[in-house]
Design a protein around this ligand. Structure first.
Ligand code: FES
Length: 68
């Protein structure tokens, strides 16, 4: 499914970018152009990116620092 019509970016390409380490919308825009035109795809692109990144975040959760 096309997510970004302006740049021809699909949901598969966003998931692929997430699998390659893209973690933020800004990085996705830099690497694919998604969201760099009219901007109407940004909310959906952000949701797909977050959904695609969720397993990686669960696999490697950050530990909270505890003050001594
Ligand atoms: S649809 Fe993505 S920038 Fe226009």
């Amino acid at each position: 499914m096309y997510v970004c019509i302006c740049n021809g970016i699909t949901d598969s390409e966003i998931r692929d970018a997430a699998a390659r380490g893209v973690g933020t919308l800004e990085e996705l825009t830099m690497r694919t152009g998604c969201g760099s035109g009219c901007g109407s795809c940004i909310d959906v692109a952000r949701e797909i990116l977050a959904e695609a990144r969720a397993p990686a975040i669960r696999a490697f959760p950050l530990r909270l620092a505890v003050a001594a």
